[in-house]
Write a protein that binds this ligand. Structure first.
Ligand SMILES: C[S@@+](CC[C@H](N)C(=O)[O-])C[C@H]1O[C@@H](n2cnc3c(N)ncnc32)[C@H](O)[C@@H]1O
Length: 251
């Protein structure tokens, strides 16, 4: 009997689940060098404000108390560097990402900023990290790229200490009439053109825009977090729902 392999969304395309990660890796291989610049251009700098909201929620101690942060799909280290800027001497930061090109940019940035951040190549679906090791686990604009989101959520839960917090910043669904039409126009027309001009790869940015539309609505994602064991799962919409910050606790 021939059984159909499960499919996954790759933007608006359906691809075999086992093929998605390689396609995602291709996107980030292609844009890694220009990734940070593109974030600024695409969002008009807004991604900085969204990451500030995330980092405020991370709230690392300013003093010498030990504090361990894991930033999943941490790419070029943008979130990690922001936490390092405000955390005290007891703050230890690990960035895990599956893409060596993104990690290479991150390592270079951390060295330039003289920040001691550990960068590890790892799949969020199966982390080479011990149980109950981190006070906070973050993931920013990463979870929608992971083929098996439920595995990544289970891993985030596993590596958190009891009392630890999971924070996920992700694009969401715009819920302000008028803004949604404008946002669609901008996303499907301006962003791929900008991607072509800056990185030479319009398709990579078309994928990014499409993957945002396919990501579950915030109430659905909150349910997925609960299913993975997180308690007090909640979310906060930012910028009319362009982005949502999800929070859950390991209790
Ligand atoms: C849109 S970037 C976000 C980077 C960074 N968090 C930021 O906000 O600037 C998405 C990242 O997810 C990473 N990624 C995709 N699939 C992954 C997986 N299965 N495990 C870990 N990282 C993954 C990509 O390599 C890429 O660096």
């Amino acid at each position: 009997m021939v059984r159909n392999a499960p499919d996954a969304d790759f933007g608006f395309r359906q691809v075999p689940l086992g093929d998605k990660q390689a396609l995602v890796d291709g996107v980030f291989d292609s844009v890694a060098r220009r990734y940070d610049l593109m974030n600024d251009l695409m969002s008009g700098g807004l991604h900085r404000a969204w990451k500030d909201v995330l980092v405020t929620a991370v709230n690392p101690p300013r003093g010498p108390q030990p504090f361990a942060l894991l930033d999943l799909a941490g790419g070029t280290g943008d979130v990690a560097l922001r936490v390092a800027d405000i955390g005290g001497p007891g703050t230890r930061i690990t960035v895990a990402d599956i893409n060596p090109e993104m990690l290479a940019v991150g390592r270079k940035r951390a060295a330039k900023a003289e920040r001691d951040i550990a960068f590890i190549e790892a799949n969020a679906e199966s982390l080479p990290l011990p149980d109950r090791a981190f006070d906070v686990v973050t993931i920013a604009f990463g979870i929608r790229n992971v083929p098996r989101i439920e595995l990544a959520l289970a891993e985030a839960h596993r590596v958190l200490k009891i009392g630890g917090r999971f924070l996920c910043l992700e694009f969401s669904s715009v819920d302000v009439p008028g803004l949604d039409a404008l946002y669609n126009l901008y996303s499907f027309n301006v962003i791929p053109a900008l991607g072509r001009a800056v990185t030479g790869d319009a398709e990579a940015y078309r994928y990014l825009v499409e993957s945002i539309r396919k990501f579950p609505k915030p109430v659905v994602f909150a349910e997925m977090m609960r299913a993975a064991g997180f308690r007090r799962a909640s979310f906060q919409r930012l910028t009319g729902g362009v982005v949502a910050l999800h929070s859950g606790w390991r209790l």
